[in-house]
Design a protein around this ligand. Structure first.
Ligand SMILES: [Zn+2]
Length: 74
């Protein structure tokens, strides 16, 4: 089954924020507001990622709780 007539306009993907048809000026979003919302989400995701490298700095060499290496020798 073939369709000789091409569609008048390509279907636009829905806005990833609210699902409404995207506007060309704000692609892939339907409005600047939705674009800002998505951007805000993206940044909050970034900040939520835990930084493992900071854990290592919690243990200070002068920390009395630090296990002495000599205890391991035996
Ligand atoms: Zn939207």
């Amino acid at each position: 089954m073939t369709d000789p007539t091409s569609p008048p306009s390509a279907p636009r993907p829905p806005c990833p924020t609210c699902g409404r048809p995207a506007e060309t000026a704000f692609r892939p979003f339907c409005s600047k507001r939705c674009a800002d919302i998505d951007l805000g989400r993206w940044f909050s995701e970034q900040y939520r990622v835990p930084d493992r490298s900071e854990d290592a700095q919690i243990f200070d060499e002068n920390d009395p709780r630090r296990v002495d290496p000599d205890d391991e020798v035996g």
